[in-house]
Design a protein around this ligand. Structure first.
Ligand SMILES: [Zn+2]
Ligand SMILES: [Zn+2]
Length: 188
């Protein structure tokens, strides 16, 4: 909640505010979010306009979750952009969707929720090139770059050796039949 009474509803008056507030429960998405009670930093500008108060700025803080590929715990910072017009309670703005002030108070929470979700990755990763888990035993491949299993050829290597085999064959078949005689002279 932000109190805007200092703006005195004079269009054009504005104020910068910086404050910290505790995160509400369930802020974020299933795989990554802000721990409840964590401190969030708000850096906002409140600007009185004719119909209400325009709020712009950022909210930032810490998010925790798990890597979508290897499931390791991850922790990251986020910075969410906030921008919303809060109309005065008695305003007859046509837009029923508009956020309304409660007296001089602004309830930031709904806008904060939307902004945080937008600022978070849908598939959080521990590193951009996380190789994930071994499909056979579930080992975390980032921890074991040389991880492989005895007896079974890794699928990627199988595909690669297939390509190499083709590459070996191709020069022979594509060799022009009427090549020069030097090869034969050497053979004979
Ligand atoms: Zn990972
Ligand atoms: Zn394995």
């Amino acid at each position: 909640m932000i109190d805007t009474h200092e703006l005195k509803r004079r269009a054009g008056s504005q104020r910068e505010v910086y404050f910290e507030a505790k995160a509400p429960a369930d802020l974020g998405i299933d795989v990554i979010g802000v721990p409840e009670g964590d401190l969030l930093q708000f850096d906002l500008r409140l600007e009185a306009v004719v119909e209400g108060v325009l709020v712009t700025g950022t909210a930032s803080g810490r998010v925790v979750g798990e890597c979508a590929r290897c499931l390791v715990d991850i922790e990251d910072e986020f910075l969410a952009d906030l921008q919303e017009l809060y109309v005065y309670p008695e305003s007859d703005a046509e837009d029923d969707e508009a956020s309304r002030m409660e007296g001089d108070l602004i309830d930031l929470e709904p806008v904060l929720r939307d902004a945080v979700v937008l600022a978070l990755p849908f598939q959080p990763l521990c590193t951009d090139d996380c190789p994930g888990l071994c499909p056979e035993c579930g080992a975390r491949l980032a921890d074991e770059p040389d991880h492989r299993h005895e007896g079974g050829t890794d699928q990627r290597w199988a595909a690669l050796s297939g390509l190499l085999a083709q590459a070996d064959v191709q020069p022979d078949t594509s060799q022009p039949s009427g090549s020069d005689d030097t090869g034969r002279t050497e053979e004979s």
